[in-house]
Design a protein around this ligand. Structure first.
Ligand code: C2E
Ligand code: CA
Ligand code: CA
Length: 575
């Protein structure tokens, strides 16, 4: 019962929003009444003044009151002109009537009462009529043009359906009033084939026919819901569904549109069979603004296209967005690798007395807006897609070249650490790749350190040990990264031929507020020393942390306190 009452309200809302989008700038109704009253008032003053014989004194000079008649006459004319300006056709007709009606009065005064003073009045009247005419015609033309361009701005010219802008505006109005709705992104399957084989003209006819069918279906309100169809461009459409009670209502509505689409389309005696994919997202459950709603619906749409399954309707779910974002990140990553635009930043590492020991090289990718993508975003994607080896070796090669250049100019003894993923380390050609970098950069191997997360000790201990030994044979040092976050046992650590150990930032963060963490850090440091490892603390941000670390015997410091990751040019200055 409630729903039956709700549907017309929603439908009315759509109409209201849409008509609000059309060019409709008209002065409020009271303007007309106000101008008429003002006109009557000035006329009244004009008559009174004309008849008056009295004088007033202005700056000591006596002036006849009736000399002000001209002022009121002009004011009356301005009211008439404003009627045309603000009240469109109604104002124009009223203005004409007022002005024309004055002619008989002026005629009587001139010809019967022989008052020649009315002659200028007659001319003023005539000119005002001309001015009103010009203003009206001009305004009408401008309005027509505005209306036209406004219509074009919100309508898809091929199909006559509302366009993306109108669709967004409608959704925004519903978001404002808190009405639940579902946005369905629709993409026709294989439409490109029709365009390619039959030509664009037929393609356009097919699109127009589909638009017509859907519009009729939406306008006839044959579904249980209130629907709104728009064309977003190309073979993409959007459906906004409102006034449903359950997901089943939405599914039924989408099926109705699907069915209408799949009925044979006959154009120039040729039959076409169209299908489409439908991706849905709901306000407010899936997203709270129009941009995100489009993204969510598109994510569902792309997923259903990718799956290529017989079920062509999919509702958005959170893991889809992740897939979508990851695909985007993968695309950017591939572009960066192919165009050789992976960059690296260097974060300084110091000993406890603030002497510069070296840098950690950290991968960076420039995003389209010139900001940098976060490694936390692209490193996991790189690992998943197997692109990590290319990233690692790219950073390693570039950092090595950088160090090579520095060594040509100065005799510094700094080292550079690079991150190597376990996956990369285990590849058969890993050692060859490293050898290649060493020979091309000409930098001695002992100037490099590779950082490997402690997970390697759990995942593939024996083979990994073998590989690490190979790296060490080249003369490269090895650091255990993010120490303390995994579950490696002491026996592994003992066997692991590392040179240094990096305590993870998460421990440094809480060390000063949590005594047991502080003792844990102290224990790691002392175990490290027992095993002959140099211990580095990562993520040192404040002085208090630095003091504590110095007190418990930490060897090296890396963190924002003493240096953020910086571009190589800045690092060169630091050296
Ligand atoms: P990581 O190896 O633990 O590198 C240290 C990260 O901590 C860096 O983040 C660095 O900017 C950040 N950091 C250092 N000091 C501080 C501090 O005081 N405060 C805070 N808040 N952060 C600090 P970044 O550059 O975002 O790198 C994130 C992770 O991405 C790295 O963690 C590393 O695991 C990975 N990564 C970066 N470059 C590469 C690469 O070339 N290859 C591989 N395999 N992994 C990389
Ligand atoms: Ca690292
Ligand atoms: Ca780390």
């Amino acid at each position: 019962m409630r729903k039956r009452r709700l549907l017309p309200t929603i439908a009315k809302n759509i109409d209201k929003t849409l008509s609000g989008l059309y060019y409709n700038k008209q002065a409020p109704a009271w303007t007309f009444v106000f101008l008429l009253c003002l006109y009557a008032l000035t006329l009244f003053f004009l008559m009174t003044i004309t008849k008056s014989q009295s004088t007033i004194s202005i700056f000591g000079t006596p002036v006849h009151v009736n000399t002000f008649a001209g002022v009121f006459s002009s004011l009356a004319n301005i009211c008439v002109i404003l009627l045309v300006v603000f009240c469109r056709k109604r104002g124009f007709i009223t203005a004409l009537l007022i002005l024309i009606c004055q002619f008989p009065i002026l005629g009587v005064q001139l010809f019967k009462l022989h008052r020649t003073a009315t002659i200028p009045g007659a001319f003023t009247n005539l000119f005002t009529i001309m001015a009103c005419g010009i203003i009206y015609v001009n305004k009408t033309m401008v309005e027509k043009y505005q209306k036209n361009s406004h219509y074009q701005a919100i309508t898809d010219s091929l199909t006559g359906l509302p366009n993306r802008f109108a669709c967004t505006e409608l959704m925004e109005s519903f978001i404002k009033s808190g009405v639940n709705f579902v946005l369905v992104s629709i993409d026709l399957n294989n439409f490109k084939n029709i365009n390619d084989i039959m030509g664009h003209e037929i393609g356009n006819k097919v699109l127009s026919e589909i638009a017509y069918r859907w519009r009729v279906l939406a306008d006839a309100r044959k579904t249980k819901t209130v629907d709104f169809v728009a064309r977003l461009g190309g073979d993409e459409f959007a459906l906004v569904i409102m006034g449903y009670n359950s997901p089943a209502d939405v599914a039924d509505t989408i099926k109705s549109y699907k069915k209408k689409l799949e009925e044979t389309i006959t154009i120039d005696n040729c039959d076409y069979f169209m299908t489409a994919c439908f991706g849905c997202a709901e306000f407010p459950d899936d997203a709270q603004d129009t941009t995100s709603l489009f993204s969510c619906a598109d994510a569902a749409l792309h997923e259903i296209k990718r799956l290529n399954s017989s079920n062509c309707i999919l509702r958005f779910s959170n893991n889809l967005l992740k897939t979508e974002q990851n695909l985007e990140i993968e695309r950017k990553l591939r572009t960066a690798l192919d165009s050789d635009s992976i960059l690296f930043f260097l974060q300084p590492q110091y000993d406890a007395s603030h002497k510069l020991l070296g840098f950690e090289a950290l991968a960076r990718i420039k995003d389209t807006d010139d900001s940098f993508m976060r490694p936390d975003e692209f490193i996991p994607v790189a690992e998943k897609t197997g692109l990590i080896d290319r990233v690692d070796i790219d950073v390693f090669r570039k950092a090595a070249c950088f160090l090579g250049e520095i060594l040509k100019k100065t005799d510094t003894n700094i080292t550079i650490s690079t991150n190597i993923s376990v996956r990369h380390l285990m590849k058969n050609n890993f050692i060859d790749e490293i050898k290649d970098v060493l020979s091309t950069s000409g930098v001695p191997a002992d100037r490099f350190e590779i950082e490997i997360t402690e997970s390697i000790m759990i995942d593939s201990a024996e083979k990994a040990l073998q590989r690490i030994n190979d790296v060490k044979k080249l003369g490269i040092k090895v650091a255990i990264d993010d120490f303390g976050t995994g579950f490696s046992s002491l026996s592994y650590l003992n066997k692991f031929p590392a040179d240094s150990l990096k305590i993870d930032k998460s421990f440094i963060d809480v060390m000063n507020s949590n005594d047991s963490t502080k003792q844990y850090v102290a224990a790691i440091i002392s175990i490290g020393h027992t095993l002959n490892l140099k211990v580095i603390s990562e993520g040192v941000e404040i002085l208090e942390q630095l003091e504590t670390l110095k007190n418990i015997g930490c060897d090296c410091i890396q963190g924002f306190l003493w240096g953020r990751p910086m571009p190589p040019e800045e690092a060169a200055k630091l050296i």
